[in-house]
Design a protein around this ligand. Structure first.
Ligand code: TRP
Length: 335
């Protein structure tokens, strides 16, 4: 099927911290599956990442590494558009036009903004953090995106995107497709290994909370071995009563395709140690080819840089008609 007739899909991840098995199970693997049914744009949202100060010396390298990980996991740069957000100036341009159609009230209600600024004073809260969801709206609306696969924590940002799109379509005539979110099932949510009440996060200061896709096999084994469980003998799948064990079963199932309940039955008479041992091996083995491809790609940096340049050119070209139409409908004199 040619891309022209396929619905447009857009998603992105911030190049901060380390991509984890949570991204693998909750996002990247779905992207790989969806890339032949949709016309996909997969972005490395580097402009979003600087809402938290980044070390300039490592930032560029991390962006390149994320691109290599997208490809190593199976996103085909021939089938999908892979690019860095900062390489496509249309994103920041549209952000300004959307900013003038978004309200302080609606941005102040964003729970992620409230969570990230809790306990801070206005003097230390960056404007970028506040405006973050408008940049995200620009990412999505520029491409007439129909489908946006994101984590449940992004639901509110997507609602805002829809509100802005509907508002501007109303004021200026139809400009934007109103996008739909696509949220992973609850079981696909992978939680922190030490604190299973919270989502596994790539920027967690405690590296024992996550398994990074690029962790060495030894590190992976060690982290799984140390994961929090409980003292109840045997294995059962009880997400509320036994969140640590349930999380391990969810991860296991995410990698093998088995249901966590069926896995619990299989391990019923065994202990946490046996479950952890086998789970670690499952993860190590599943990620071995990924890591191999990743390291091969990173030795061929010119190829990666060229791919990103190509992706950005294609994205900018696709974004321009929507950007120009927005300027025009708002009454700007054409350049
Ligand atoms: N805010 C998203 C997150 O933290 C990342 C993101 C930025 C994004 N722009 C996007 C996701 C556009 C989907 C579409 O997960």
């Amino acid at each position: 099927m040619s891309h022209e007739t396929q619905p447009v899909l857009f998603s992105g991840i911030q190049p901060s911290g380390h991509l984890t098995i949570g991204h693998y199970a909750g996002a990247l693997r779905n992207w790989v599956r969806l890339q032949h049914e949709y016309d996909c744009l997969f972005c490395i949202v580097d402009l979003h990442a600087i809402t938290v100060r980044q070390d300039p010396a490592t930032f560029a390298e991390r962006c390149l590494s994320f691109a290599a990980q997208y490809i190593a996991v199976g996103i085909d740069p021939q089938a999908s558009t892979i690019f860095l957000q900062s390489h496509v100036p249309a994103h920041t341009e549209l952000t300004w036009l959307l900013n003038c159609n978004a309200y302080v009230g609606e941005l102040s209600r964003m729970t992620q903004f409230k969570a990230k600024t809790q306990g801070k004073t206005d003097k230390t809260i960056g404007v970028g953090l506040f405006d973050y969801p408008v940049l995200m709206a620009a990412d999505i609306l520029l491409y007439q995106t129909q489908l946006v696969p994101v984590g449940a924590d992004q639901k509110q940002h997507l609602e805002l995107t829809r509100d802005i799109a509907i508002r501007m379509n109303h004021h200026y005539g139809p400009l934007f497709t109103v996008p739909e979110g696509f949220f992973p099932e609850v079981g696909a949510r992978i939680m922190s290994l030490q604190d299973p009440a919270n989502k596994m996060s790539k920027s967690d200061p405690n590296a024992n909370n996550y398994v990074a896709l690029l962790d060495s096999p030894e590190t992976m084994r060690k982290k799984i071995r140390r994961a929090v469980t409980d003292a109840t003998p045997g294995i059962t799948y009880e997400p509320d009563a036994r969140p640590g064990v349930a999380n391990l079963l969810n991860i296991y199932g995410a990698f093998t395709g088995e249901s966590p309940a069926a896995l619990a039955e299989r391990y019923a008479d065994k202990g946490n140690a046996a479950l952890k041992h086998d789970l670690a091996e499952v993860i190590v083995e599943a990620l071995q080819p990924f890591q191999q491809r990743y390291h091969d790609l990173m030795t061929n940096r010119d190829y990666l840089v060229a791919l990103l340049r190509q992706g950005a050119q294609s994205a900018q070209q696709r974004a321009l008609p929507t950007l120009r139409a927005t300027y025009e409908r708002m009454g700007f004199l054409p350049a």
